[in-house]
Design a protein around this ligand. Structure first.
Ligand SMILES: *Cc1c(COP(=O)(O)O)cnc(C)c1O
Length: 394
């Protein structure tokens, strides 16, 4: 099965390709979603800019109005579907204007007044805002932490379980298969936020989830220049409701963004393998530093997340988190970095880091730093990080 771990190398091998029959991840990424070759046509057709399409007669067919469908989305949706749910004919993919558009589409299309929803208490920072909105509609929201599968204890009577693993920014991991089985036994649907892992790191549908949801803004597209989201689901009725929600809200990606995303997916395997391998190297270098505490990276064998991560992930992500002794120390460290931009978000080819406490939403210490490892040469990056740590004393 594809969820079998490839070992502790942080995904630097092509092991993921061995785990499932058929082509390896690099091959699948470069070809994902491409149409049949047509003489004199480009390999990846350019973005189709259209608010409406020629439509004589009855309004049927795939392309009618630009808020409902667009050929550039269709190709991107195929590409994402091939990576999230390879070989599954029952899976459907929908792209959105952002990760939050995709998240809201699932939650607000599946839940109604009186329903119970279980969210992580340590997930993406917009979830508390979503929670408040759900509650105004009469939906009961329960929360529990990601680590230790604590959401299990909140499932009785639930309609939907929302999982974020690895969690952002704490990098805790929960057992998707175990939680999905428990949720399904109680009649609840399961959605997994797969943003941090990317479909090359983890495939939630194969682990039993009903929806894989993600922000394509992060590593999926990887250049820090577009916002995108997607939902992949295997229940036709549930996906029809998600599609209806996209149409009602109009949370659609522009054709240019969709095309850039598809173009970026061609390099996904190269970026993810490079960034995951460097993240492990960086984590090992930081581990040796006395001023660094609570270092977290699911790919480190001694990390509390590693055991379950190794069971269900094929690559461990590009985010490393750690705590410096004080807010001032963290600020001086970030200021001293030359190859790492002080910026939010993660997953891009250029490394970024931030003192997460500056936003106020996450329950993290003042000196907590979330580092997103980019595609720089590992030696250069490690040298920059260690130099900035030295420079931040005092
Ligand atoms: C960034 C992020 C989102 C939201 O995505 P946007 O594209 O910014 O709307 C959701 N979940 C996680 C885990 C994220 O990191």
């Amino acid at each position: 099965m594809s969820e079998s771990a490839t070992g502790d190398q942080g995904g630097t091998t092509g092991g993921a390709g061995r785990a499932a029959p058929g082509p390896g991840d690099g091959t699948r990424a470069v070809r994902a979603g491409l149409p049949e070759a047509v003489k004199y046509e480009p390999t990846l057709p350019g973005p189709v800019f259209a608010a409406h399409f020629h439509l004589p007669g009855d309004p049927t067919g795939p392309y009618t109005y630009g808020r409902d469908e667009n050929p550039t989305w269709t190709l991107l949706e195929r590409a994402i579907g091939e990576l999230e749910a390879p070989g599954r004919d029952d899976a459907e993919t929908l792209v959105f204007a952002s990760g939050m558009a995709a998240t809201s589409a699932v939650l607000f299309s599946q839940l109604r007044a009186g329903d119970v929803c279980v969210l992580p208490s340590d997930g993406y920072q917009a979830l508390p805002l979503v929670r408040a909105q759900l509650e105004t509609y009469g939906i009961e929201v329960r929360t529990a932490p990601t680590g230790g599968d604590a959401q299990l204890d909140a499932l009785d009577g639930a309609k939907l379980l929302w999982i974020e693993t690895p969690s952002n920014p704490g990098l805790d991991v929960c057992d998707i298969r175990r939680l999905s089985e428990a949720a399904h036994a109680r009649g609840a649907l399961v959605a997994v936020d797969n943003t941090l892992a990317t479909p090359l790191g983890q495939r939630p549908l194969e682990l039993g989830a009903d929806f894989a949801v993600a922000s394509g803004t992060k590593q999926l597209t990887g250049h820090g220049d577009i916002l995108l989201g997607y939902v992949v689901g295997r229940d036709p009725g549930a996906m029809a409701a998600v599609r209806r929600w996209r149409k009602i809200v109009g949370a659609i990606p522009g054709p240019m963004e969709a095309w850039l995303a598809h173009r970026s997916i061609a390099t996904l395997q190269m970026r993810v393998d490079r960034q995951c391998a460097t993240a492990l190297t960086v984590a090992e270098a930081l581990r040796a530093r006395p001023e660094v505490s609570d270092l977290r990276y699911p790919g480190l064998p001694e990390d509390p997340s590693h055991k379950i991560a190794a069971q269900q992930m094929r690559r461990f992500g590009c985010v490393v988190s750690f705590t410096l002794p004080s807010r001032a120390r963290a600020d001086r460290f970030l200021e001293a970095l030359r190859l790492v931009d002080d910026a939010t978000s993660f997953g891009g080819v250029r490394s970024t880091a931030e003192r997460r406490g500056r936003w106020g939403g996450d329950a993290v210490p003042e000196g907590f730093v979330r580092l997103s490892v980019g595609a720089e040469d590992p030696d250069d990056l490690v040298a920059d990080l260690l130099r900035a740590l030295d420079a931040s004393t005092g």
